[in-house]
Design a protein around this ligand. Structure first.
Ligand SMILES: Nc1ncnc2c1ncn2[C@@H]1O[C@H](COP(=O)(O)OP(=O)(O)OP(=O)(O)O)[C@@H](O)[C@H]1O
Ligand SMILES: [Mg+2]
Length: 198
C-alpha cells in the first residue's frame, strides 16, 4: 500500500484575477514533516487554504489527492472530516462562541460521533495545561481579545484535540515569545509522536 498522504499535481490556483500558484507539485508521505519557505507573498498561505478547500481560491488545473482520493473539488468541511487541519496565519475571532463550545462542536463535526462531555472536559483541561493556557480561556469567546501568541496557542489546542491526519501550520511561530515557541513546539512534537510513520 502506498504511504502517500498528500499528492499535489501540476496545480494552478487563482484568487480574484490573479494567478498565485502555478504548476505546483508536492508529495507528503505519512509521518513526514515538510517545511515550506518563501518570501512574503510567495503563496504559502494560499497553498494551505487551497489544500483546505477555501472557496476564495479557484483551482484552474491540477489535482489534490488525499490518501489516494481526489479531493480537488471537495468542500472544506468534507476535507476536515477526512482528517485535514489548517492552523491559520491570522486566526479569526468568533464573538459569541466560547473556545470550549467551538472545540466541542468541531470535534463532534469532524468525528461524526457524539461527544462524551466529561471525557472531553478532562481532555481539554489536560491539553490546555500542556500548552500553559489558563483554564479560564475555555469560557472566553474564541480568540476575542486574545493576544497574537494566545491565538496561535488556541490553534495548536484545536489541532491536539482534533488529532488530524494532516496538519498544515501556517506561521504558527510568528508572534510567539521565546517561551511560547517552546511550549507550542512541545505541542507539535506531542502531535507528531501520535502519527504512525511507515
Ligand atoms: N483574494 C486575493 N485576491 C488577490 N490577490 C490575493 C488574494 N489572496 C492572496 N493574494 C495574493 O497572493 C499572493 C500570495 O499570498 P499569500 O498570502 O499566499 O503569501 P504568503 O507566501 O503566505 O506570504 P506571507 O509570508 O506574507 O505570509 C500575495 O501577493 C497576495 O496579495
Ligand atoms: Mg502567509
Amino acid at each position: 500500500m502506498s504511504n502517500k498522504l498528500l499528492e499535489i499535481n501540476n496545480l494552478q490556483v487563482q484568487a480574484e484575477d490573479k494567478i498565485i500558484l502555478n504548476n505546483l507539485n508536492l508529495t507528503v508521505n505519512q509521518g513526514e514533516v515538510h517545511v515550506i519557505m518563501g518570501p512574503n507573498g510567495a503563496g504559502k498561505s494560499t497553498l494551505g487554504y487551497t489544500i483546505m478547500g477555501h472557496p476564495g481560491f479557484k483551482v484552474n488545473h491540477g489535482n489534490i489527492y488525499f490518501e489516494g482520493e481526489d479531493i480537488t473539488e471537495e468542500k472544506a468541511d468534507v476535507r476536515a472530516k477526512k482528517g485535514i487541519f489548517l492552523s491559520f496565519q491570522n486566526p479569526q475571532e468568533l464573538p459569541g462562541v466560547t473556545l470550549e463550545n467551538f472545540l466541542r462542536t468541531a470535534q463532534t463535526s469532524v468525528t461524526g460521533k457524539p461527544i462524551r462531555v466529561m471525557a472531553f472536559k478532562k481532555d481539554l483541561s489536560k491539553t490546555m495545561e500542556t500548552l500553559n493556557m489558563d483554564k479560564d480561556y475555555s469560557t472566553r469567546y474564541l480568540n476575542v481579545g486574545f493576544s497574537g501568541g494566545e491565538k496561535k496557542k488556541s490553534e495548536i489546542l484545536q489541532m491536539l484535540l482534533l488529532n488530524p491526519k494532516l496538519a498544515i501550520l501556517d506561521e504558527t511561530d510568528s508572534g510567539l515569545d521565546v517561551d511560547a515557541v517552546k511550549i507550542v513546539s512541545k505541542g507539535v512534537e506531542t502531535f507528531k509522536k501520535k502519527i504512525p510513520s511507515l
